[in-house]
Design a protein around this ligand. Sequence first.
Ligand SMILES: Cc1ncc(C[n+]2csc(CCOP(=O)(O)OP(=O)(O)O)c2C)c(N)n1
Ligand SMILES: [Mg+2]
Length: 582
Amino acid sequence: MDATVSNTLRRMTGGAALAEMLKIAGAGPMFGMGGFQLLPFYEACRALGLRHALINDERSGAFAADAYARVTNRPGICDGTLGPGATNLTTGLIEALNGGMPMIAVIGGAHRQHAWKNMTQEARQFDILRPAVKEAIRIEVTSRVPELVRRAFAVATSGRPGPVLVEVPEDVAHGEHDFDAAEFWIDPGTLKAQARRTRPDPDLLAAAGRMLAEAERPLILAGGGVHLSEAHDALLALAEAEGIPVAHTMSGKGAIPCTHALSAGLFGRYDRIANAMIAESDCLLVVGCKLGEIATRRFALIPPGKRLIHIDILPEEIGRTTRADVALAADARLALADLAAFLADGDRRLRRRAEWVASVPKRMARWREGARERLESAERPINVGRLMGALNRVLPPDAVLVADGGFAAHWGGLFFDTKRSGRGFVPDRGFASIGYGVPGGIGAQLGVGPQRRVVALTGDGGFNMSMGELETARRLGAAIVVCIVNNAASGYVKALQHAMFGLGRYQSSDLAEMDYAAVARAMGCHGIRVEDPEALEGALREGLANTASPTVLDIVVTRDPARMLPGVDNRTVTVQKGDRPA
Ligand SMILES: Cc1ncc(C[n+]2csc(CCOP(=O)(O)OP(=O)(O)O)c2C)c(N)n1
Ligand SMILES: [Mg+2]
């Protein structure tokens, strides 16, 4: 008997078939806002008991799905109705595209009997969204829903993962078809990033192994690909066996615990000790990292001629910004494990590199001494560094810190310490949009479950952009703790205006003085205004202890644009043409 034909017919709408497929795929929570076209899908989600949450802006839905994907490596699911619902997804889709996050975004399409007759809410939405996704699929026939949903999962999770758009025209979503029951299946190898792994070319692996073995001062540069590949154990095993310190990008934080003796911290635009170590190193092993603008200080950090091995899942990314001596186009976990196996007994090299390795905690201690002024600052308004110090002390090791697109990601990237490996720090570095913090917090919270605490760090501007999602968080029981860095400004912009044009020359970068704790309370959440640095830790603990509702900590920080940049003082910054100080 043909296994794909069961002869059991199931008559249902295209929308119901879509929900059925998502159920079989074990899809996580979905985030969307309804409209007419996808109503049969919504009804089937209800009937099947799928977790679908109304979000207050589709952009937030895509952000929440992205953060869910970041902490689970499974596709985040979001949807939008025809027209504005669909186009509102754009920013979040590009975040997932640039960040390599698996995502499936379902949009309703116009009824094809009437399309292009000035249908209400009609636009060339497929054309608008096409460049924002890894693949765009339009389901033209109701009978093909199961097949094309399978395709969406396969594309979303394979290679470098990414978002897949699935457009379902109204007549396809509402139309009925007699499906064979056997058509409802999904391939388990498509449900998670790197469910199917690729090994590096053995000859190139040997070349990389020999190059690494020769190095006196090797250094690993880890990006977010380490999280996608769940390569943490393989990375730490190689680093420890061979004596190789590990620096990371913002997305790569947690590749190894920040508190580990081999952790050289953030590299790139801001760093603790890592940029100097890059300069001293005689061999860089880059893994799961695009070596983009921020990581390379506008492509100037890694000098030509530096020996470099680059592991990336996408061959065409290798050499894109920085020349590599050896290219390993492979899954990060397998490539690192193969390298460790090739090198095997590293004792001799460990002895040779003892001084290099021992220098890491010494350099870090020196950096900490210099940063203490900020991490423990007693100044009022509160120094953002002090907030980071408090987060380091108070957050449990399994907590997740979601960082918004403004200063939050830079301060967090530089100062926040993950205490274990894994994605404990979730910045939206794919597109660096502000407004990610709150919806990202919701997505991460639903991804890690209620036992683990999620803190969202956001600027006041970013919070203003998405504060409606506080209602979503409350409704969903996502008891996130939102830390608003309240500087009454589009601070990054104001700080740059200050550095580039001088004192007082600010345009459209001030925000009103606001009491966000009061806003939170009015929205049925817990709100705490924090003006005294001594009160920070207590307020954070209070927020973490509150699991009955979201908590907002309205943290009043400096209004002086000369003191806003993390890690640098604007007064000492010179801005050259074509460069950016921060
Ligand atoms: C959607 C979007 N618009 C503009 C920017 C440019 N931008 C980067 S940081 C920033 C300031 C954001 O202000 P706020 O959220 O209050 O953070 P702060 O820098 O003050 O900490 C802006 C406008 C952006 N990243 N995203
Ligand atoms: Mg601000």
